[in-house]
Design a protein around this ligand. Structure first.
Ligand code: F0G
Length: 448
């Protein structure tokens, strides 16, 4: 069959609320033109993030009832830890309330002034957690990743030449190197197995630990299976095991490819680091067998890690994301190509060429989509990353197993109508910003 269907049917529904254009105008003004500040009830289709916004399955909900809420040594931790060990292959499994807590613990241990952490591209909280320790977060993604029109299978790959140069000069100051799979800040693009292997070899030859930011590992491994020679006959689970076997550990947000609404973990084969991490965990997250989560959350994640590796699910996931991207591209809308695993990224620079960079085209476009059709998206560009921004993008992140094809068709229609009127979109000025992670709370005003 040519039609790839959602591999599930719907048992519980959540109503969404239509708003009028006037209501949206008032809501956006009340939010200081920052979409993070909107009430979710004022949003019709919420593509702000794919993080924690997925729908859980009947088995996950059933697992919630089986959750063991014992303070120490609960059976839900045992199930969670053995599932993480089975999929990721790392011995020490430390649960955290979400990915950034694992990042905070990891970088408190290895970061610090004078240290450099290379990555293909650090996402916002990863960068913030590195920089908070005084270390430098260095993005070394291949230069091709900065060209939104270039269609390559693995635009998340790290530039090996730049890594070699960095290691030659600063070897002693690199406590670990990281690869973010998929590369969220650069269009949700995958990293190839070959690139990960080359990074691992270089790091290990220099005595540098190599870690993964594994948030969207299943989507990345699906792309490896589809696109990289030699992997078509392997299961995604097998590819994941082989990929993680290249590394020394990972941080993970279970809110993405854990198919859970909350949770994360740090997993590693480094026993000393794990022991130190557990001590930090106890101070701020919780005892090592629950780490900031309820036992029921650990059950949901353990089950989610099984379901995310189901290849019918992954095929549907990739195809439905590409559907949005392809329809926009066919109508001439500038989108980053190819489609990412979890999101489609509009290229705001080409969408709104009449706006100078100083007027935040990405933010202006995200606001226009909300005003026109109640769609919430997220600027991934200079508002989020300042001068470290790779491009000026608007991310339409697709929550997992939540929206149907008609929601996506509606989204296409809204974007095409906004595209037709793009010359009317005005720029924004930033009227207030906090010291760090400004995108979450800063204020804007439209330029008259
Ligand atoms: N790493 C990457 C690549 C991420 O995309 C995120 C979160 C994190 C780490 C942190 O995980 O949210 O569980 O603390 N990204 C979300 C997003 C928020 O919208 O892309 P977390």
């Amino acid at each position: 069959m040519k039609t790839i269907i959602e591999p599930f049917r719907i048992k519980v529904v959540e109503p969404v609320r239509q708003t009028t254009a006037d209501e949206r105008k008032a809501a956006l003004a009340g939010a200081s033109w920052n979409l993070f500040q909107l009430a979710a009830d004022d949003v019709l289709i919420d593509l702000l993030t794919d993080s924690g916004t997925g729908a859980m399955s009947q088995e996950q909900w059933a697992g919630m009832m089986r959750g063991d809420e014992s303070y120490a040594g609960g059976r839900s931790y045992a199930r969670f830890a053995s599932k993480v060990q089975e999929v990721f292959g790392y011995e020490h499994v430390i649960p955290t309330h979400q990915g950034r807590a694992a990042e905070r613990i990891l970088f408190s241990l290895v970061g610090g002034k004078g240290r450099i952490i290379p990555n293909n591209t650090h996402f916002d909280t990863t960068r913030a957690n590195v920089e908070y320790t005084g270390a430098q977060a260095l993005d070394l993604v291949k230069s091709e990743a900065r060209d939104p029109t270039l269609e390559l299978p693995f635009k998340g790959d790290l530039d090996l030449g730049r890594l070699d140069a960095l290691i030659a000069k600063h070897r002693d100051n690199i406590p670990l190197a990281m690869l973010t799979i998929t590369n969220n800040a650069g269009g949700g693009q995958p990293v190839s197995f070959g690139n990960a292997q080359a990074v691992a070899e270089r790091c290990h030859a220099a005595g540098i630990p190599f870690w993964f930011d594994a948030c969207r590992f299943a989507e990345n491994c699906w792309f490896i299976k589809q696109r990289e020679p030699g992997f078509a006959d392997k299961s995604v689970k097998q590819i994941a095991r082989e990929l993680f076997a290249l590394g020394d550990g990972c941080t993970m947000s279970a809110k993405k490819d854990g198919l859970a609404n909350i949770g994360g973990f740090l997993a590693t084969n480094d026993a000393n680091l794990a022991a130190e991490a557990r001590n930090l965990l106890i101070m701020t997250e919780g005892f090592p067998t629950y780490g900031g989560l309820a036992g029921r959350d650990l059950e949901a994640i353990a089950q989610g890690l099984d379901e995310v590796l189901d290849e019918d699910y992954l095929r549907y996931r990739a195809v439905s994301t590409a559907y949005l991207c392809d329809h926009l591209h066919a109508a001439g809308v500038p989108v980053l190509r190819p489609a990412g695993g979890h999101a489609v990224y509009l290229d705001a620079e080409r969408f709104l060429p009449h706006l100078p960079k100083s007027q935040f085209p990405g933010q202006a476009l995200a606001c226009a989509l909300y005003l026109h059709g109640g769609i919430r998206s997220c600027e991934i560009g200079p508002v989020m990353f300042g001068e470290n921004a790779l491009m000026d993008l608007v991310r339409l992140a697709i929550p997992r197993r939540v929206y149907t094809q008609s929601h996506i068709d509606y989204t296409v229609e809204v974007i095409l109508e906004v595209f037709a009127k793009r010359h009317e979109i005005r720029g924004l000025e930033m009227t207030w910003q906090p010291k760090t992670l400004r995108h979450f709370t800063c204020h804007f005003a439209p330029i008259r």
